[in-house]
Design a protein around this ligand. Structure first.
Ligand code: NDP
Length: 302
């Protein structure tokens, strides 16, 4: 049985980061500007702490100015909004990311709406979401941007292909559906209320899954030859019972990779697929925000 080509998101992300590093050098050398990224973490969620650390380290690695604000879980809405306001006004910061989810009691929508849309590197501000759906330029969420880069690299023109997006979050499913539509795909958006999800998925030439359900998509959900992007990141107990008993976990996607690989033509693994693309595209968004703010046309960015 043939196996799908595994799409190496890590290698692709390395290429994006190289382009970002060259763009940072161009901004510094030719214009005297250092792009700045501020990441805000509220509370002590361990997974969020890892994401935030990675974002800061990778921003530093490409030569950006990076600041991380770690606030206690009992931070008030007012304190958080005040910090966002300070970052909006800070000329050394071109991108602001408030790590989600926020602790209970904080209003995420109000915080997102308070971020200057020009610095909204997560692309979650209603103005940026509206611009995307209207086909206007703006900040687009990083994970869908990364998915589109992989699809265009692998398939070239996406026109006329049937894309099924499983999941409809503001961060992933909705913007991804908009980008697929803009690329002239026929787009179906599925979610937890979709009837006969397996049959809907089987229609897909391009199947993108972002639900947060470990290995939900099985072999008979996939049309032979489909391209499958697995966005999910789920921690499940280790396969080794002893390690599992000791609390060891492993990372799996929303797609049953082993079962689907013989059916799909191309597939992203977890880990090493979409995950690395997300941070690389975040850095790219931050550099683009900086260039846009200064009216600079970058030659280096991938
Ligand atoms: P959300 O929880 O915000 O949204 C999940 C979506 O999946 C919802 O639209 C929900 O439907 C749908 N859904 C949930 N269960 C089912 C089901 N059984 N059948 C069909 N649809 C279902 O999650 P996100 O979009 O933020 O993230 C999804 C996954 O992607 C998570 O595993 C997350 O960790 C991962 N992720 C990975 C990133 C990366 O960099 N690789 C970046 C972002 C997310 P409904 O709307 O009806 O509730």
């Amino acid at each position: 049985m043939t196996q799908a080509t595994v799409i190496d998101g890590k290698a692709f992300a390395d290429g994006i980061r190289d382009g970002v590093a060259r763009a940072v050098t161009e901004l510094k050398d030719d214009y005297g500007i250092t792009p700045g990224l501020a990441v805000v973490l509220v509370g002590d969620d361990p997974a969020s702490a890892v994401y935030v650390r990675n974002k800061g380290e990778q921003a530093n690695a490409v030569g950006m100015h990076s600041v991380t604000h770690r606030l206690p879980a009992h931070t008030s809405q007012g304190e958080l909004l005040e910090l966002v306001g300070q970052l909006n006004a800070d000329a050394s910061i071109h991108g602001i990311l408030v790590q989600m989810p926020l602790p209970r009691g904080l209003d995420a929508d109000a915080v997102i709406a308070a971020i200057d849309p020009a610095k909204d590197v997560d692309g979650l501000h209603p103005l940026n979401a509206g611009r995307l759906s209207a086909g206007l330029p703006g900040m687009v969420p990083c994970t869908p941007v990364g998915c589109m880069m992989l699809l265009k690299d692998r398939l070239g023109d996406l026109s006329g292909r049937h894309a099924v997006m499983v999941g409809r979050s503001n961060l992933m499913g909705k913007p991804m559906a908009q980008l697929l539509l803009a690329a002239n795909c026929t787009v179906t958006v599925a979610h937890s209320r979709t009837r006969d999800l397996a049959a809907v998925c089987r229609l897909a030439d391009i199947l993108v899954v972002a639900v947060g359900q470990p290995e939900m998509v099985k072999a008979d959900w996939v049309k032979p030859g489909a391209v499958v992007l697995d966005v999910g990141m789920n921690r499940v107990p280790s396969k080794d019972p002893e390690k599992a008993a000791a609390g060891k976990t492993r990372l799996v996607g929303d797609v049953d990779f082993a079962a689907v690989s013989p059916i799909a033509s191309q597939i992203t693994p977890v880990p090493g697929g979409i995950g690395p693309m997300t941070i690389a595209c975040l850095l790219r968004n931050a550099v683009q925000a900086c260039a846009a703010e200064r009216g600079v046309r970058l030659s280096a960015l991938v």
